[in-house]
Write a protein that binds this ligand. Structure first.
Ligand SMILES: Nc1ncnc2c1ncn2[C@@H]1O[C@H](COP(=O)(O)OP(=O)(O)OP(=O)(O)O)[C@@H](O)[C@H]1O
Length: 248
C-alpha cells in the first residue's frame, strides 16, 4: 500500500466562510491512473475543495499534496502537473482558439513550436479545428467548454481536476470529452471530477467520494459504497440518496 503514488492527498483540510464550515476536516487520498468522482448535494463543499487543491483558496488548516508536493508550502512546484477546469471557465472572447491556446501555453513557459503542435492536435481532436478562424466569443457553450478543456491540457498535466465538465454539452461533445478523459488516464494520468450526473460517475469513475456538509461520508468503489449504504444491488443514485439522506 505504501508504494502507491498518490495523485492527491488531503489531510485534515478545513475552510470556513464567516462562521460557516464549508470544508470540515476533510481527509482524502486519490491514487494515480484513475478517474475519481467527487459527489455531493448542492453546497456540500466540492467546489471549495477543488479551489483549495488548485491553490485559488487558502485552507484555514490542513495539508494538500499533488504528486507528493505541498500546495501550501511549495505551490509553484505542486501546481506544475495540475490542470484545473472550473465550472465556468474564463476564456478571452477576442482571441481565436489558437491564440488562446498559445497564450495559455506561454503562461506555462512552453516553447512556441511545441505549443503550436500541441494546440493543433487538441483542436483537431475536439473538432474545433474547422472553427479556428472564429473568435471564442462566437462559440457555443459546448465549444467554449471544449476550448477550455484544451487550455487545461496544453501543458501536458498529470492530474486534472474538473468541476462539472459535462454540463451543457450535447451527446456528441460529452462523448468526446469522456473519450479524452479515458485516454488521459490510460496514459497513467489522473482525473478528479465533480458531477451531478450520477450515471456519469457510475460509468466513468473507478472510485467515488461522497461529500456532505464539508465532510467525506463515504469513499470507495461503487461496490464498496453499496456495502456501506446497505443498498447491495443499488444504482449509484440509490446509494447516494441513502447515504446523503442518512447524513442529513
Ligand atoms: N466565497 C465564499 N463566501 C462565502 N460562502 C461561500 C463561498 N464559497 C462557497 N461558500 C459556501 O460554502 C458552501 C460550499 O460551497 P461549494 O461551492 O463548495 O459547494 P458545492 O458542493 O460545489 O455545491 P454545488 O453542487 O451547488 O456546486 C456553500 O454553502 C457556499 O454558499
Amino acid at each position: 500500500m505504501e508504494n502507491i503514488q498518490w495523485a492527491l492527498e488531503l489531510q485534515d483540510v478545513n475552510k470556513t466562510f464567516g462562521s460557516f464550515k464549508a470544508v470540515d476536516h476533510l481527509t482524502l487520498r486519490i491514487g494515480t491512473g484513475q478517474i475519481y468522482a467527487l459527489l455531493g448535494p448542492n453546497g456540500a463543499g466540492k467546489t471549495t475543495t477543488l479551489r483549495m487543491i488548485a491553490g485559488l483558496l487558502i485552507p484555514d488548516g490542513g495539508e494538500i499534496q499533488i504528486l507528493g508536493q505541498s500546495v501550501i508550502s511549495n505551490p509553484q512546484a505542486a501546481k506544475r502537473p495540475l490542470a484545473y477546469l472550473p465550472d465556468e471557465p474564463l476564456l478571452y472572447g477576442k482571441l481565436r482558439p489558437m491564440e488562446y491556446l498559445e497564450f495559455v501555453a506561454g503562461l506555462w513557459g512552453m516553447n512556441a513550436t511545441e505549443a503550436y503542435q500541441e494546440a493543433q492536435e487538441l483542436l483537431k481532436w475536439l473538432d474545433l479545428w474547422e472553427h479556428r478562424s472564429a473568435f471564442a466569443e462566437s462559440y457555443s457553450r459546448g465549444m467554449k467548454q471544449k476550448l477550455a478543456l484544451a487550455g487545461a491540457l496544453i501543458h501536458k498535466p498529470q492530474v486534472m481536476i474538473l468541476d462539472e465538465p459535462l454540463t451543457g454539452l450535447d451527446a456528441a461533445a460529452a462523448r468526446q470529452v469522456k473519450d479524452l478523459l479515458s485516454q488521459f488516464v490510460k496514459d497513467g494520468n489522473t482525473v478528479v471530477l465533480t458531477t451531478h450526473i450520477l450515471e456519469v460517475a457510475e460509468r466513468m469513475s473507478e472510485r467515488i467520494a461522497i461529500i456532505n456538509k464539508g465532510q467525506i461520508i463515504a469513499e470507495g468503489s461503487l461496490q464498496e459504497l453499496r456495502l456501506q449504504s446497505g443498498e447491495a444491488q443499488g444504482t449509484l443514485e440509490d446509494v447516494f440518496l441513502e447515504l446523503v439522506g442518512a447524513g442529513s
